[in-house]
Structure formats: structure tokens, C-alpha cells
Design a protein around this ligand. Structure first.
Ligand code: ADP
Ligand code: MG
Length: 245
């Protein structure tokens, strides 16, 4: 019996800043239609890892396989071309421009504002992400700004969407809405790499979790099969009290 090939496989991925290893020998596989958590405390190396996957940082060593094929992801445009979308922790939006104009600026090919407005409205409806393409970003809440980033990623029809601590800026109601969107993406067979340090939401929405501690993987598990204490131990070693606050 052959094992189904993962959408993404990361092998021995390492990122050095000087002599400091922010990520060290990371191994990770993401399956098709899987919501995979990257769980770890602040400074564990989560953002560094996904910046390598999205072509923002070059790995110091290791490799990335996309559908079994080794790829050097040299830029965000290269990542998007493969089918990887990303929603950042900190948004880079132009306040004075509209939603549609912001999306236009971020696309790799020229598309008219009318067409973008039309498609963005369609996607926002289909994925439960209410958004007015003609609204000015300056007037929008942080939750709405995040929806722009998600719609912009969806416009390129990604196979994998990476979200870096998306709920850190959301109200509980907005977070619930986001989870519904993620479940819809999963139902379509798309994969999600979901970064968080919140155990309860990872247990609620993720199929598997890879836990990072000080730049290294301490384990990959089914988070629902773990207790908060066992997950916390993977995140911080002996000092579980800080995570179970
Ligand atoms: P996380 O997202 O898990 O909170 P990061 O990947 O942002 O962690 O950071 C991991 C470690 O790498 C931290 O100690 C951070 O200070 C360090 N780091 C991140 N980016 C840089 C950089 N550009 N230069 C030097 N150190 C960095
Ligand atoms: Mg981070």
C-alpha cells in the first residue's frame, strides 16, 4: 500500500540568523484537505518557518517538496504561483484606498477594478466573509481588514492557505466566523496551515498539530487526542503553568 502523497513536505528546514537558529531541522507534512496547526509559544519559530514557505525568507538549509516535487520558493509571487496563499499577522494595506484597489495592487497580474470588485464580492459571499469592495480601508475594523487579506489570497485559488495567528486580532464572534470559512476551505479539499499559540482553538478546529519549541519540532499529533497539559508540555517542556493560564 502506498501512502497518499502530502500536498507539502518540509524536510530539515533550518533558518539561521547569524549563529542563532530560529528554525532547526524542521520536518512537517501537510495533507490535502487538512487543517494543520503550527503550535508554539512566542519566539518558537512559527513565523520564521512560514516566511520560508511563502518565499519571504530563504532557508539556510533543508528542502520543501510541493506535491512531491522539490521547489525553491524564492518569492511570494513564486509561492502564489505554486498555489500557496498567506494571511499575515500584520496587514500591509493602504488606508486611503478601497478594498478592491488594495487587492488590485497585491495581484501578480493586471486585473480591472470592476472585475476585482465583482470577484471579491462573490468570494466574500461564498466564504462567509462580509466585505464591501468599494469601502475605504481606513473605515474598516481589523477583522474586516483580515477578510481583505483572505479574499485576496482566495482570488488566486490556492491549494494551501497559511494564516499566522489570525485570531489574535479578532473578537470571539469574528473568530467563529473565520473557523466556518476554514471548514469550508477544508471541505473543498484545500489545506490550511494554522499558526496559533492557543491550545483550545487548535483542539477545536485542527486535524493535526505540529508543535515547535525553540526552533525545533517536539512532535506532531492529533490535538483532540491530547490533553491541554500534554500539548502544553510539548510547547514548553516542564513549565506548563505558563501555557495553561
Ligand atoms: P514565533 O512566530 O513563533 O513567535 P518567530 O519565528 O517570529 O517566532 O521568531 C523565532 C525567533 O527568531 C525569535 O527568537 C526571534 O527573535 C528570532 N528572529 C525572528 N526574525 C529574526 C530576524 N530577522 N533576525 C534575527 N532574529 C530573528
Ligand atoms: Mg509569529
Amino acid at each position: 500500500m502506498t501512502k497518499a502523497e502530502p500536498l507539502l513536505a518540509v524536510e530539515g528546514l533550518t533558518k539561521l540568523f547569524g549563529s542563532f537558529a530560529a528554525c532547526q531541522g524542521i520536518d512537517l507534512e501537510i495533507g490535502h484537505g487538512e487543517i494543520h496547526a503550527l503550535l508554539g509559544e512566542n519566539g518558537a519559530g512559527k513565523s520564521t518557518l512560514v516566511k520560508m514557505l511563502f518565499g519571504i525568507l530563504a532557508p539556510s538549509s533543508g528542502r520543501v517538496l510541493w506535491q512531491g516535487q522539490q521547489e525553491d520558493i524564492i518569492s511570494p509571487a513564486a509561492a502564489r504561483k505554486l498555489g500557496i496563499g498567506m494571511v499575515f499577522q500584520h496587514f500591509s494595506l493602504f488606508e486611503a484606498l478601497t478594498v478592491a484597489e488594495n487587492i488590485a495592487l497585491a495581484l501578480d497580474e493586471k486585473v480591472s477594478i470592476d472585475e476585482i470588485s465583482h470577484k471579491a464580492a462573490e468570494l466574500s459571499k461564498a466564504y462567509g466573509l462580509p466585505l464591501d469592495p468599494a469601502a475605504h480601508v481606513a473605515d474598516l475594523s481589523v477583522g474586516e481588514r483580515q477578510r481583505i487579506e483572505i479574499v485576496r489570497a482566495l482570488l488566486q485559488n490556492p491549494k494551501l492557505i497559511i494564516l499566522d495567528e489570525p485570531t489574535s486580532v479578532l473578537t470571539p464572534q469574528e473568530a467563529d466566523r473565520l473557523f466556518e470559512t476554514l471548514f469550508k476551505l477544508k471541505a473543498e479539499g484545500r489545506s490550511v496551515l494554522y499558526i496559533s499559540h492557543r491550545l483550545e482553538e487548535v483542539q477545536r478546529i485542527c486535524d493535526r498539530a505540529t508543535v515547535l519549541r525553540q526552533g525545533k519540532v517536539t512532535g506532531t499529533c492529533d490535538p483532540r487526542g491530547e490533553t491541554p497539559a500534554s500539548l502544553a508540555r510539548m510547547m514548553v517542556g516542564g513549565e506548563v503553568a505558563t501555557v495553561l493560564r
